[in-house]
Design a protein around this ligand. Structure first.
Ligand code: NAX
Ligand code: ADP
Ligand code: MG
Length: 288
């Protein structure tokens, strides 16, 4: 079947004047570990500035005060942690209840790698029917499996070329030489949306493909992708389907980066600037 090239940006459903926070969805982010609390904070900011009604940030208990102290708008969920400050296997028990509440779940930024993280990611992917965004260590977890489990619901995978090379058991050079073909093939084979990062981010569901035109090398700075994870989740929570949410999020994220770089320079841009410039990016997108 021929691949459809998508160039039009999707629109967010209109915000009704009598809407309330329940109208814009609940996002559950499972992120962070000792030493990587920032990843959870940045994803949370992406989700808040993306317009989600409620953002729950679930992190290992040892870093919950750091995350909560960073941004009062988060709802915080402390999870049991192992000796290294990553999720403990028993976190599944808390999560069994927590995953019933949100509209959308995202997992991975800063989680670190362990058998417990792999088991939790695999369980969410295979058994939970809500839309799920898998990034960073969530992708590393999936890469350790013999094969991707069948998806219980809509899935968006957001690898950078290094993560995609791990998922497809190849190297970064091979990925970069065939970005579109490899992303499309993977998405079609596994029934998911792939957002392959880097200059000219590719978004595909295996039938449609979009190439993002916003963004700059100032965004090649730790934590930029964590913001995108939360932003995608927020757009899903507001009702966009998976391909459209990934496409619009990539556009807004890159536009925030371009607006930030215009004032701060590319070298001077840091990841936490992206949520600060997201409102300006929204204004541009909504004005069209
Ligand atoms: N503040 C924080 O707490 C942060 C935590 N982070 C976490 O750190 C962990 C490790 O993630 P990393 O992504 O740093 O490490 P990885 O080892 O997964 O990937 C980094 C490598 O991937 C390759 N790569 C990435 N983008 C590329 C591109 N566009 N073109 C070619 N090659 C590319 C490069 O070789 C790069 O050195 C994750 O859990 C992540 O979420 C990072 O997100 C950075 C910020
Ligand atoms: N040269 C570039 N041009 C456009 N976008 C870029 C460039 N470098 C990085 N980005 C964007 O920045 C983000 C980096 O994500 P990622 O590698 O996951 O970072 P981190 O894990 O540190 O948060 C991606 O959205 C990527 O597309
Ligand atoms: Mg990343």
């Amino acid at each position: 079947m021929a691949l459809e090239r998508v160039t039009e940006l999707p629109e967010l459903p209109a915000r009704k004047t009598d809407s309330h926070k329940g109208s814009f969805g609940r996002v559950l982010l499972i992120a962070g570990s000792r030493g990587m609390s920032g990843a959870a904070c940045l994803s949370g900011m992406g989700a808040l500035r993306g317009g989600a009604g409620l953002v729950f940030v679930a992190v290992p208990s040892g870093i919950v005060s750091i995350v909560a102290g960073r941004e009062p708008s988060y709802l915080n969920i402390p999870l049991p942690e192992d000796e290294a400050g990553r999720l403990h296997a028993s976190a599944t028990e808390t999560l069994q209840d927590e995953v019933t509440k949100p509209d959308v779940i995202a997992i991975g930024p800063g989680c670190g790698q362990s058998q417990a993280v792999t088991d939790i990611v695999t369980w969410l992917y295979r058994d939970i029917d809500k839309p799920l965004v898998v990034d960073a260590d969530g992708l590393n977890a999936l890469s350790t499996l013999d094969t991707l489990p069948p998806a219980a619901g809509p899935r968006i995978l957001t690898p950078h070329p290094g993560e995609f090379a791990r998922l497809t058991r190849t190297d970064i050079k091979t990925v970069q030489q065939a970005r579109e073909e490899m992303a499309t093939e993977f998405a079609a084979a596994h029934g998911c949306v792939v957002l392959l990062k880097g200059a000219g981010t590719i978004i595909t569901d295996g039938h449609r493909v979009a190439v993002n035109s916003t963004g700059n090398s100032g965004m090649a700075t730790g934590g930029s992708g964590d913001v995108l994870t939360g932003l995608i989740a927020a757009l899903l929570a507001q009702g966009l389907p998976v391909f459209e949410a990934a496409q619009l999020a990539a556009h807004l994220h890159g536009l925030a980066g371009d607006l930030a770089a215009a004032e701060l320079s590319e070298p001077g841009l840091i990841a936490s600037d992206l949520p600060r410039y997201l409102p300006a990016a929204w204004l541009r997108v909504l004005a069209k």
